[in-house]
Structure formats: C-alpha cells, structure tokens
Write a protein that binds this ligand. Structure first.
Ligand code: NI
Length: 185
C-alpha cells in the first residue's frame, strides 16, 4: 500500500518525531488518497503521528501535515494531566452533522501561533477504520466534533483559515510566506 519511499521514511524514523509541514506548503492543499490496507507500515505511521502530536504539543494531526497524502488522522483532546485517550481513524467519513453549531477557538500545528473562532456542527457521526483494520462508527460532540471535522478537512486540503474572511486568510498566508522567504535567504 505504501510506496517504497514512504515505507523507508517511516521505518527510518522509528516512532521519532516527524517534521510538520506549515503553510504555504502546497502538500497541505492536496486531497489525500484512501488507504487500502491497515498493515505494520501504517501502524508505524500512526505511532509516529501520535508521538509527533503529543510532542508538539497538539490535540490532532492528519497525515498530510507530515507530508503523507493518505486518509489517516489521530486525535486526543485530553489535557496534559488527563490520561491519554488517543483516537486513530483511517479513511474517516462524516455520515451526519447536527444543525446545532458550536464555536471553538481553533489552531493548527501547520499554522503555528494563529488561532481563530470557527463555527462547525456541534455533533457529528463518523465512520472509519480503526488501528486493527475494523470498521467503526462514532458519535462525536463538543471538542471532539470540532476536532474530527478540522482533521478530516486536512484530508481534503482544507484548513481552518478557509472559514475566515478572505482578508484575514490572505494576511495569515502572507505572513507565513514572507517568513519562509526570509528563512531561505
Ligand atoms: Ni490542523
């Protein structure tokens, strides 16, 4: 399922912290492909993504953020003190969304130090494949609902800044574009 290059990258990293891409990296705007098989390579990637997410620290991470265009997300909104409660979803798909909305101050590891309020459905029902390759369904609410929608957006090349006004979004992208250009000099 994984390309040789990807398998090498993952095995070389041994659950090490993976580099996280930041905007305006074009990979973050691409659509990720369906995963056909949950195997050892994929589980290694899951472990690496979780380690990377906890290290950042963040509460969610999608495979495209570590440069891998596959439909895989990991999430754990628990605070540092709470026991770890990671949820891993392969090929997640939203089945239903509530009419009721909730607003959350979102951030993203690919857009460091920027947060903004985003309104999304308060409850979602999602189907996905779990770490063992078994199909699952889950009802999510509160922070979990926001999080799963944010992470699934990543699989479609969508970022939370896309929900802001064009002016705000352009300002944020410009800031990161300039910073990267300055780094390259
Ligand atoms: Ni994000």
């Amino acid at each position: 399922m994984l390309t040789a290059g990807l398998a090498n990258l993952i095995s070389a990293s041994h659950m090490a912290i993976l580099p996280i891409l930041t905007i305006p990296d074009p990979i973050l705007r691409k659509k990720a492909r369906l995963i056909e098989r949950v195997d050892a390579d994929l589980r290694r990637l899951m472990d690496g993504m979780l380690a990377t997410m906890y290290d950042a620290p963040g509460i969610g991470l999608a495979a495209p953020q570590v440069g891998i265009l596959r439909r895989l997300i990991v999430m754990d909104p628990a605070k540092d003190e709470a026991p770890k409660n990671p949820v891993i979803m392969v090929n997640p798909e939203i089945l239903t969304r509530s009419d009721e909305m909730r607003i959350h101050e979102e951030g993203c590891l690919s857009i460091p130090e920027i947060t903004a309020e985003v309104e999304r459905p308060a409850r979602t029902r999602v189907k996905y494949i779990d770490r063992h390759g078994k199909p699952q369904e889950m009802e999510l609410e509160g922070i979990w609902s926001t999080l799963v929608q944010h992470e699934i957006d990543h699989l479609n090349g969508v970022l939370f800044i896309d929900y802001l006004s064009r002016l705000k979004r352009d300002m944020i992208v410009k800031k990161f574009t300039k910073a990267k250009r300055a780094d390259a000099l």
